[in-house]
Design a protein around this ligand. Structure first.
Ligand code: NDP
Length: 444
């Protein structure tokens, strides 16, 4: 049996009931097979893939907190410090009832390669909790965040592990966590990114993942002779990534016509009104049912359905495995040219394969949504030098990073004979740098 297949089998048997982690490991190892085969003897001797697939450390802890009525609740907190070969662990904190160790491991594993692709010195990590901020008062969210940080603060620091936001963890949650870290450790340092502008946050961090997704998409399409202008775009999600993807797509002259949340989706034939979307989601924290009040011409549908709308470009920006084979078939039948992932692993393995077989330009999240973590690393730089850069400077750096990233994954795919396969390109390009650093640092 080949070394890759052996390690995949091992990962599946040693990590039972973690299907998302298996899926992520399989995707990466399958696509770096060509590199592994060329170095099989050395990689086997050094157990390189086993070390890559086993987190350096995983921390699981109890998070007790008191609600507004005096009732105590207990959630579970996680931080997986996956790989620090190229820099301090970096990766977001997800707060969602679906969170478990398998989800955090899949995200942490993906983060290793994504962070490597940014070209910046950041290792891979991820964390979170099964706490659901939805429907909780600000005081309850604060109580949870303080309790969560009381434990997490023992394991993180500006030069060791720097968490950030993710699903359910926005500016409010980061603020409460930062306050608690500062109180307990007595350090005002860049230990979290996604901070508010008044206490060390970076301009353009809020916009970065969505904007970065569009910078990469535009560059890729340009290289294939396609102009973004006038293209119809379908977007899923209505959170941080989706909102700023929609905003940048509109600035580029494209027309995003959909968005969604976990209960339903909106189709606006005139193009999504970003100001209305921000008001509903960022200010009032309401459901998408409200959108019709701002745009009577739009349609609201319960359930799932964004991918049934005809579009040239599809940008899944909600959550993992939200775009399946049936959706992929519908998108291809409707003539989609490109699918670029704003979320982490939103496309199932079968759907990805279908896009590739049908010549759709497909860019995986670890490349397409890397603008968020890249800008987080720029926030770390600003904190270290105790300076704040202008929006234009950060946005300019972000654009440069995403354009270079695209060419990096395109070149890696070409180098190994997989031209146009950006899944292979991203995994190989991300892997090569991490492996080089792991080899240089010995067996640790
Ligand atoms: P948000 O919490 O801001 O938004 C998530 C959006 O997706 C919401 O509209 C939410 O709807 C919807 N959603 C979440 N879970 C589900 C589900 N199970 N089914 C259907 N819809 C769902 O998160 P972000 O925008 O920050 O993150 C979105 C994705 O992008 C995630 O995969 C995240 O890991 C990834 N990502 C985020 C980065 C960032 O900088 N924020 C960076 C890189 C990747 P509802 O409000 O109803 O729950």
């Amino acid at each position: 049996m080949s070394y890759v297949d052996e390690v995949i089998e091992q990962v599946v048997s040693q990590n039972p009931n973690e299907p998302e982690f298996h899926q992520a490991v399989k995707e990466v190892l399958e696509s770096i097979r060509v590199v592994v085969d060329q170095n099989e003897e050395q990689f086997r001797r050094d157990a390189l893939l086993e070390r890559l697939c086993n987190p350096e450390r995983q921390i699981k802890f109890r998070v007790p907190w008191i609600d507004d009525k005096g009732q105590v609740h207990v959630n579970t907190g996680y931080r997986v410090q996956f790989n620090s070969a190229i820099g301090p662990y970096k990766g977001g904190l997800r707060l969602h009832p679906s969170v478990n160790i398998g989800i955090i491991k899949f995200l942490g594993f993906e983060q290793i390669f994504k962070n490597s692709l940014t070209g910046l010195p950041i290792g891979g990590g991820k964390g979170g909790s099964d706490f659901d901020p939805k429907g909780k008062s600000d005081r309850e969210v604060m109580a949870f965040c303080q309790s969560f940080m009381s434990e997490l603060c023992k394991y993180i620091g500006a030069d060791t592990d720097v968490p950030a936001g993710d699903i359910g963890t926005g500016a409010r949650e980061i603020g409460y966590m930062f306050g608690q870290y500062k109180k307990l450790r007595g350090l005002f340092e860049g230990v979290l990114t996604g901070k508010g502008l008044s206490y060390g946050g970076s301009l353009a961090r809020t916009e970065a993942t969505g904007y970065g997704l569009l910078y990469l998409t535009e560059e890729m399409l340009k290289c294939h002779g396609v102009d973004m202008k006038g293209k119809t775009v379908t977007v899923s999600g209505a959170g941080n990534v989706a909102i700023y993807a929609i905003e940048k797509a509109e600035q580029m002259g494209a027309k995003p016509v959909t968005c969604s949340d976990s209960t339903g989706w909106v189709y606006d034939p005139d193009g999504i009104d970003v100001a209305a979307l921000k008001e509903i989601k960022e200010v009032k924290r309401q459901r998408l049912t409200e959108y019709k009040k701002y745009r009577p011409n739009s349609e609201y549908h319960e359930g799932k359905g964004v991918w049934t709308v005809k579009s040239d470009i599809a940008l899944p920006c909600a959550t993992q495995n939200e775009l399946d084979l049936e959706d992929a078939k519908m998108l291809v039948a409707n003539g989609v040219i490109a699918v670029c992932e704003g979320a982490n692993m939103p496309t199932t393995a079968e759907a990805t394969k279908y896009f590739q077989e049908n010549n759709v330009y497909f860019v995986p999240g670890k490349a397409a949504n890397a603008g968020g973590v890249a800008t987080s690393a720029l926030e770390m730089s600003q904190n270290s030098e105790r300076l704040s850069w202008s929006f234009e400077k950060v946005d300019g750096e972000l654009k440069g990073i995403m354009v270079r990233l695209y060419h990096n994954i395109d070149d890696a795919a070409k180098k190994y004979g997989f031209e146009g396969n950006y899944v292979v390109g991203a995994n190989i390009a991300g892997f090569e740098k991490v492996v080089d650093a792991m080899n240089a640092q010995g067996i640790v």
